[in-house]
Write a protein that binds this ligand. Structure first.
Ligand code: NAD
Length: 510
């Protein structure tokens, strides 16, 4: 067990009670039910955390509203100083936080560190933004008038996150919301509360350095979907940013829409790659391996469907078969392991259930289905590739594990049609060295996804671009580009500096 415990955990706001149990050092007057946190690596308990009772959410919202009233008056570049300090704290704690991610959700150390790096990256982006939250000045049709727009802070922002990116998705939202002048309330996944406690603690270190800043600028509520529902329902929260499954998004999106609030929905994907006859097959195979197997297939952008041109299918699948045969599955902290555990027992059951359904729906295994008996306690599965008939109903659903479904095509039009024939629209890619094929895929008649790539895989986005997807993926955009506008309210101002009162559109009223 001691191997499981990064010595720096105390620095992350988690303190040891006995060698195997940790608790948060965040004190709360509303201690609710105690829940055990088990590591997916070996299914052993590593911590116990208190779940806040849903009723305590109201107090948190009230405190957050007060914090917002203070924070919105702090000039944006000064707000940027807080995020700059937070980015510094993240660098200091990068290794420890990454170790905690590995322990709690089973990511490989390199992927866990990459996730913390993503937090640092978005902080840097937000610091730059802190001097660029500007609107337009627009030509007025009236003499002696000026038309302009301003972007103002919006209000307390609720952030609901999924287990699979336990820190980065919060940071995308937190860094932008804070720099835009909002207070934040985080409801993390019940499957990753320790990472949330650690992040909240690290941000608090920065907040403490700015004496005027209210502690409730950033709040954390660990609890179940009841807490998420309470946040979604509250009229005091103008923006709810929710990341997770499509059913979660339908529920949260409906509740927020009913009170005419604003939501950013980042939901499930069902991502595909087209490999054409003009592709660099070796490059494609490498990209497929990372996209389909990386993070044990538990990324929203993981590759689920491979749509390959008939003439290159045999060669590509042969390379993939060999690569899959050499994949090391196991404890992610061991050298050479590329496939860590799934998050829990239910995820393992879903994986096996999906393979059974795929076989019943006419699927054929391309790689062997060996069971992972070597790990009786952790939640490990064997990544598989299955060839499927295009009509199989399960191709419409996202299975959150490393199963790659292969479909074949002859013409690019058919491939794009297959590609778009699912309810979700998150990430997509094409492998081709033919310009025309790439441009068609990126055009209005090509991929219908929020992310469309050429000659790279579906997963592993950078923070500089807007991240999100269409259709059942929810339509939200977070992270880079102009996503910051989602976290602010726009005011259009018309200023008359003349002595007359001309009306717009030439209307006369006298
Ligand atoms: P999940 O939907 O089970 O839970 C996500 C969060 O929503 C958790 O905090 C959960 O407690 C909360 N929640 C669930 N139902 C709720 C409800 N009815 N009301 C309020 N809150 C509710 O998702 P998960 O299993 O943690 O994560 C995996 C899913 O998330 C996959 O579908 C994956 O594709 C998706 N995901 C999407 C993105 C994206 O950016 N598009 C990123 C990461 C994960």
């Amino acid at each position: 067990m001691s191997k499981l415990l990064p010595p720096q955990l105390q620095d992350l706001g988690l303190r040891t009670i006995n060698p195997s149990v940790f608790v948060s050092s965040i004190e709360s007057k509303d201690l609710g039910m105690i829940h055990s946190v088990n590591s997916p690596i070996d299914n052993k308990p590593v911590a116990q955390v208190h779940h806040a009772p849903t009723e305590s959410t109201e107090d948190t919202i009230e405190a957050s509203c007060k914090a917002f009233k203070h924070w919105r008056n702090v000039p944006a570049p000064i707000r940027g100083h807080l995020i700059q300090d937070f980015s510094h704290q993240l660098r200091v704690h990068k290794k420890a936080l990454a170790q905690l991610i590995t322990l709690e959700v089973g990511k490989l150390p390199s992927e866990a560190e990459g996730e913390v790096q993503e937090m640092i990256d978005i902080c840097e982006f937000a610091v730059g933004l802190s001097r660029q939250l500007h609107g337009l000045t627009i030509a007025s049709e009236r003499p002696d008038h000026r038309l302009m727009e301003q972007w103002h802070p919006l209000g307390p922002t609720a952030i609901i996150t999924a287990f699979n990116f336990p820190v980065a998705v919060w940071a995308w939202n937190a860094a932008l919301a804070l720099v835009c002048g909002n207070s934040i309330i985080w409801k993390p996944s019940c499957k990753a509360p320790l990472c949330a406690i650690a992040c909240q603690h690290i941000l608090q270190l920065s907040i403490n350095k700015f004496p005027e800043t209210p502690a409730a600028l950033s709040s954390l509520i660990i609890g179940d979907r009841g807490v998420g529902h309470a946040l979604a329902s509250s009229p005091h929260i103008p923006l709810v940013s929710a990341t997770g499954s499509v059913p979660m998004g339908r529920s949260v999106g409906t509740v927020v829409a009913q009170r005419l609030g604003r939501s950013i929905l980042e939901l499930g994907g069902n991502n595909a790659m087209i490999v054409t006859a003009n592709a660099n097959i070796d490059l494609a195979a490498r990209a497929i391996l990372f996209s389909a197997v990386g993070t044990a297939g538990q990324r929203c952008t993981s590759l689920r469907r491979l749509i390959v041109q008939d003439s290159v299918a045999f060669r590509l699948l042969s390379i993939l078969k060999s690569a899959y045969a050499t994949l090391n599955i196991g404890d992610p902290r061991e050298l050479d392991v590329l496939v860590g555990p799934l998050i829990d027992e239910a995820a393992v059951a879903n994986h096996h259930q999906a393979i059974d359904s795929a076989l019943q729906q006419g699927g054929k295994l391309i790689t062997p289905l060996s069971h992972t008996e070597a790990f009786p306690d952790g939640h490990y599965v064997q990544p598989v590739i299955m060839e499927m008939p295009a009509t199989a109903p399960l191709l419409q659903d996202e299975t959150f594990s490393p199963i790659l479904y292969v479909l074949r095509y002859t013409s690019l039009d058919d491939a794009i049609q297959l590609h778009n024939a699912v309810p979700q629209g998150l990430a997509s890619s094409i492998f081709t060295d033919k310009l025309q094929e790439a441009e068609v895929f990126l055009s209005a008649t090509g991929s219908d996804c929020g992310i469309a790539n050429v000659n790279i895989g579906t997963s592993g986005a950078e923070i500089g671009g807007a991240f999100g997807g269409e259709k059942d993926t929810g339509g939200g955009r977070e992270s880079g580009s102009d996503s910051w506008k989602n976290y602010m309210r726009r005011a259009t101002n018309t200023i008359n500096f003349g002595n007359d009162l001309p009306l717009a559109q030439g209307v006369e009223f006298s």
